[in-house]
Design a protein around this ligand. Structure first.
Ligand code: PLP
Length: 483
């Protein structure tokens, strides 16, 4: 037995590389990431190739150790050579992600030290760090000190947490779900709908409130619907507004909706996954006025704070409601000191064990200072206006509404054209493909009132005026080629 133990120990110990080995490994990874970042400005932004076969079919998990340089080469060949180069300056489609370096270092630190931040007692000050971050974000939205929150994997899980909190905070019983009414709009992100389904609320009544020509919820329509539902004996339960829609980046009239929610005592949820963090800069803060009236709010630091994927956040104005909905073992609950804000992530989320997500957020904010993020967000707002202005100078460009935030919609309609809607749609679809096939930028599209519309979202921290000018240049050239 002792011999076998020794044998197994010798193998197990390989999981702990020596200082020298770590130096070699770190150097290889650093060299690789440095090369990756150096080649980024010229790398193809988008490779439209989902492949005919799965390359991993020929690359099974190995019984024997493989060398890091070999594996990095495989990663390069098999993973990085297709799809969207999501951290590139040219990513102007969907909602661009981030990938700031400081956050990668924070994750490295979190993973090596691997503190257990599920429960307060296991890492008191790891949890305090996260709760300080949550309180800091809550203060940006003028939430009171009684607010709580959770750093989630993204906006979707944050939405689920908010919906569960809303559900549990009402007197609503499962048998009444088919009488509960949720108020939303067609412009809402499907993540909220998915959250309702996952929270067991599939059967609730969904009222799609009409929007104005800027695709914003019309408050009066909302109130009329609420009143008529109440009259019918239904149970108005939740209003979902969006602070920056994915389609056009528009902000619903947050303040007017908030007043209606308060008047009728309906849970007010705001999805700010794309737009909420613009509140960090003055202009964004003004535009998001009324966001403080919400009962729950979703923001996505992996969008609006340029962090790598895996960082979302939910904020709930009344900590007690969030705790009541999620805590599971009563004994832990008694230990929570809400005054000190020392609740555990496990008490306000679906998770128990979890990554120490707060560390990358903290390191990034502290290393660069909040002012750097404010400036970067202000720059994005200004870039969208610049892009909009420049587009208006191009003959044949039909512009969508002036951007509330950093998403611009537009399409090309030849002057004095005889083309029908369907043909103009086809033309713009072609234009979209032509722009993306250039490889320097990636834009996406949407359909607005039956019109195929081009859509550019400026949110990558690497996108500056230079890239917007590149897109304008490509657009002009491709229009010429098409006509
Ligand atoms: C991205 C987004 C979501 C979903 O968030 P994930 O982080 O992708 O889970 C929800 N709502 C809006 C408005 C979004 O932009």
């Amino acid at each position: 037995m002792l011999k076998k133990l020794q044998e197994l120990e010798n193998i197990s110990r390989k999981l702990e590389p020596s200082f020298k080995q770590r130096q070699v490994l770190n150097k290889e990874i650093t060299n690789y990431t440095n090369d990756f970042l150096a080649s980024m400005p010229d790398a193809k932004m988008y490779v439209d190739d989902t492949g005919t076969e799965n390359p991993f079919d020929n690359f099974p998990i190995s019984e024997k150790p493989l060398a890091l340089d070999f594996l990095l080469k495989k990663f390069d060949d098999l993973v990085l050579n297709s799809g969207i180069n999501a951290s590139s300056q040219g990513h102007l489609g969907y909602v661009p992600g981030g990938g700031i370096y400081a956050a990668a270092l924070g994750d490295y630190l979190a993973n090596v030290s691997n503190r257990y931040t599920g429960m307060f007692f296991a890492s008191p000050s790891g949890v305090r760090m996260e709760n300080q971050l949550i309180a800091w974000f809550a203060s940006i939205f003028d939430y009171p000190k009684t607010a709580a929150g959770n750093i989630t994997s993204g906006g979707s899980v944050a939405s689920l947490t908010a919906v569960i909190t809303a559900r549990e905070s009402t007197e609503l019983k499962a048998k009444d779900f088919d009488k509960a009414v949720v108020y939303l709009s067609e412009e809402m992100h499907h993540a909220s709908l998915k959250a309702l389904h996952l929270a067991g609320l599939k059967e609730c009544i969904k009222r799609y409130i009409p929007c104005d020509q800027n695709r914003k919820i019309i408050p009066q329509e909302l109130e009329n619907q609420l009143l008529s539902d109440k009259k019918e004996g239904l149970k108005p339960f939740m209003i979902i507004a969006t602070a920056g829609t994915t389609n056009c980046g528009t902000i619903d009239p947050l303040e007017a909706i908030g007043k209606i929610a308060q008047k009728h005592r309906v849970w007010y949820h705001i999805d700010g996954a794309y737009g909420g963090l613009f509140a960090l800069c003055e202009e964004g803060k003004q535009k998001l006025k009324g966001i403080e009236l919400s009962d729950s709010l979703v923001i996505d630091p992996h969008k609006g704070l340029f962090l790598p994927f895996g960082t979302g956040m939910v904020l709930v104005k009344d900590a007690k409601k969030m705790l009541a909905a999620h805590h599971f073992t009563g004994t832990y609950f008694q230990d929570i000191d809400l005054e000190k804000g020392e609740y555990s992530p496990a008490d306000v989320s679906v998770e128990l064990s979890r990554p120490f997500r707060g560390l990358k957020l903290w390191l990034a904010l502290q290393l660069h200072g909040a002012e750097t993020f404010r400036a970067c967000l202000e720059e994005k707002l200004l870039l969208a206006k610049y892009f909009y202005d420049e587009l208006s100078k191009i003959e044949g460009i039909e512009l969508g509404t002036f951007p509330d935030l950093s998403i611009v919609t537009y399409r090309y309609v030849p002057k004095n054209t005889q083309l029908k809607l369907k043909e103009i749609n086809k033309l713009n679809e072609k234009l979209n493909q032509a722009i993306n096939s250039d490889g320097r930028v990636f834009i996406s599209s949407t359909e607005l009132n039956g019109k195929f519309t081009l859509r550019s979202a400026i949110l990558s921290f690497r996108t500056h005026k230079e890239t917007v000018d590149v897109l304008l240049g490509i657009l002009k050239a491709k229009i010429k080629e098409l006509i």
